[in-house]
Design a protein around this ligand. Structure first.
Ligand code: CA2
Length: 143
């Protein structure tokens, strides 16, 4: 099984500021953790991060026929991007939404998730472990 992990804008800045919200681990550490989790689960993984909405749309489209599951943290685009929602719907690949922080307890503008509407599972507020839980979910259901 091949999983694509997509991270949106500023996730590459993890650990630099706001450790109280996003923890103190940086993005490189997250990439190492994801590789280790893929080994543990016996799946292939590719990680992609972009600060650009269209690049994320392109990556989702390119996953069509190539990838069995998507783990996506669209970051700020979660709350604004119908384009990412439509891209996820267009490829129909099983997708899991991840948020590091508990967005349900944060500002009003974080209460809507467009991308989440195309995801079959939502893992919110579990820190970086959320990516592990999302990968476990996809492997258990689709491997
Ligand atoms: O909790 C999450 O995973 C979020 O998707 C993270 C986004 C935020 O816009 C979403 O509402 C919830 C932010 C990404 C990281 O932003 C940083 C901000 C300061 C320092 C480092 C990263």
């Amino acid at each position: 099984m091949k999983i694509l992990v997509i991270n949106g804008p500023n996730i590459n800045m993890l650990g630099i500021r706001e450790p109280g919200i996003y923890g103190s681990q940086n993005y490189e550490t997250l990439l190492c953790d994801i590789d280790a989790w893929a080994n543990e689960l016996g799946c292939q993984v590719e990680c992609f991060q972009s600060n650009h909405e269209g690049d994320i749309v392109d990556k989702i489209q390119q996953a069509y026929g190539e990838v069995d599951g998507i783990v996506i943290n669209p970051a700020a685009y979660t709350h604004t991007s119908v384009a990412i929602l439509d891209a996820l719907k267009s490829v129909g690949i099983p997708a899991v939404e991840v948020h590091i922080s508990d967005v349900t307890k944060r500002e009003d503008f974080r209460q809507i998730s467009y991308a989440g509407m195309a995801c079959e599972e939502h893992i919110i507020g579990k820190g970086l472990e959320g990516y592990h839980l999302a990968m476990q979910y996809l492997c258990k259901k689709y491997k």
